[in-house]
Design a protein around this ligand. Sequence first.
Ligand SMILES: [Ca+2]
Length: 358
Amino acid sequence: MAAGGVKITPMNNNFGKGINCRMGFRFFFKTFCLFWLLQFATVRSDITDGNAEHLKREHSLVKPYQGVGTSPSSQWDFSGSTLVTSQYVRLTPDERSKEGSIWNTVPCFLKDWEMHVQFKVHGSGKKNLHGDGIALWYTKERLHPGPVFGNQDHFVGLAIFLDTFRNDLHGMDRSFPYISAMVSNGTVAYDHGKDGRPTELGGCSAEIRNKEHDTYLAIRYSKGRLTVMVDVDDKNEWKECIDIGGVRLPTGYYFGASAATGDLSDNHDIISMKLYQLMVTHTADEESLDWTKIEPSVSLLKSPKDNIDDPTGNFRGTPLTGWKVFLLLLCALLGIVVCAVVGAVVFQKRQERNKRFY
Ligand SMILES: [Ca+2]
């Protein structure tokens, strides 16, 4: 990790007499290591470890997918090309012009949650000859097929797109598949031709296709902060993809997943969707709000990717992220090194001056 990666060389012989300086340095180094260990522990505990106690079964889709169907008591509905087997939910087969979706029938009234999705995108298409991808939803409406990865446009709520096909040939600065997030109150459209770039809040490239190992994505929404993590490299660890603040989403919306194929295709499979409740305390003011009345929005005072705080003050300010802390510590370390060098030079000059008087 970062602490191990920062190489602190032993004091140069010329500085041998600067004992105080060296002790200070050791102290700093130890503090630095300890801080990073703590930071690492914080990051790891930040994302839920899949604690079954907090798993919400009514919002989770797990093998063998009992309770999936069209009966009034079912917790998941599906439509279009969706095929439910005992091992996977196939939203589309590897065939052209298909679209399918699966939707939780129970609205979610949790204020802070984390959704873990195990998915599999695979097909016979060679590189760049496959599409279009999967979308994961937390929206006001459900089961409205349409042009946005099998769901309606002008949706109200949150979408996470796992876009496997590059439509925008001008956007060559990013590689595909590309994962991105969008929040809409229904007034904005998703621009397929530009791969959703005009409305994208953040994103990352991720190799998610034709993997032999399991591939996962986690979406966390808590205190106005939206975080998306991916685990697609068979390393059993989450890698941050999106992390933005100032996101406002109401309670009472529905989770869902959809996928579509066009001229090119893929199998788009959902293996599981597991929703965990995050144990977060809110202020009395926050608790007294009617969370079902919140309109989905993102404060765009800063560029979306740098967006950290909610200026409305409804949500707590967000802590420094790992790399910012690292930069701050690096600056502090450089400052100490400069001090040490200056101190040593001054010390040596004094020694030399003293020698002349002997
Ligand atoms: Ca696309």
